[in-house]
Design a binder for this molecule. Structure first.
Ligand SMILES: C[S@@+](CC[C@H](N)C(=O)[O-])C[C@H]1O[C@@H](n2cnc3c(N)ncnc32)[C@H](O)[C@@H]1O
Length: 224
């Protein structure tokens, strides 16, 4: 299935797709409650890679021109004037672009002085192509991409249990030869294992959580 078909399915009203959404297990992760979220939005805010989502208050830019996307473009070459956006959200996108340095330079350019950038990237996470998958990041690796921005918060969004659960489910699917079985395993294991995700409420407090953390985040600010 292509990425476009996948996103269209998520929005589809067809009864089969609705039923599939109903049976879909809860996510095998919880968000770290300590991650700050309350940095101000401005008049113009940019959400990178928001296909398949509704992102109220943001200009939604993605490669794919599908409903919900306001601007179809490549984040490596943003079609906006400099210093326009008060906030840029870049969640699980940098691992999918060929040149993250270019994207970061473009984000820096379009951020207004004093504006905020929220970066989220996977560290221990299975291969997933949207539409390609080039790399993984550590917090230090992310910081090295943004030497001109000030780090104002950093940490782990999803923790060690999330890592364990997503890999366990992928591993089980690897053992199954037929797609229908893999879909069933995804559903059954997803429903059985998801309560374990709450262990991360404890583990995310450990100073060693980063050793097998799932996704890390940075909040950065452009000097103003
Ligand atoms: C893993 S999804 C993340 C979606 C969303 N941020 C979320 O957390 O659910 C990555 C998204 O980035 C988009 N993307 C990949 N490369 C891109 C690029 N060069 N420019 C703009 N968007 C891109 C993909 O089309 C996809 O919708």
């Amino acid at each position: 299935m292509s990425l476009e078909q996948l996103y269209r399915r998520r929005l589809s009203r067809n009864w089969r797709d609705r039923l599939a959404r109903l049976l879909e297990p809860p996510a095998p992760f919880i968000m770290n409650p300590a991650e700050p979220k309350n940095f101000p939005l401005g008049r113009w805010n940019l959400y990178l890679g928001g296909a398949g989502r509704t992102v109220a208050g943001y200009v939604n830019l993605d490669l794919l021109a599908i409903p919900g996307v306001d601007v179809a473009a490549d984040a490596q070459q943003l079609p906006f004037p400099s210093a326009l956006f008060a906030r840029v959200e870049c969640d699980a996108v940098l691992e999918h672009v060929r040149c993250p340095d270019l994207v970061m330079r473009e984000i820096e350019r379009v951020l207004a002085p004093g504006g905020y950038l929220h970066l989220v990237t996977p560290f221990c996470h299975p291969f997933h192509e949207y539409p390609r998958d080039y790399r993984r990041f550590t917090p230090d690796g992310l910081k090295s991409l943004a030497p001109n921005l000030t780090v104002i918060a950093e940490g782990w969004r999803t923790g060690p249990t999330a890592t364990l659960l997503v890999f366990t489910i992928e591993y089980a699917k690897l053992l199954l030869p037929w797609r229908a079985w893999r879909v069933a395993a995804h559903g059954i294991l997803g429903w059985l294992l998801f309560p374990l995700r709450y262990l991360d409420l404890l583990l995310l407090r450990s100073p060693r959580a980063h050793r097998i953390g799932n996704h890390c985040y940075l909040w950065l600010q452009k000097p103003g």
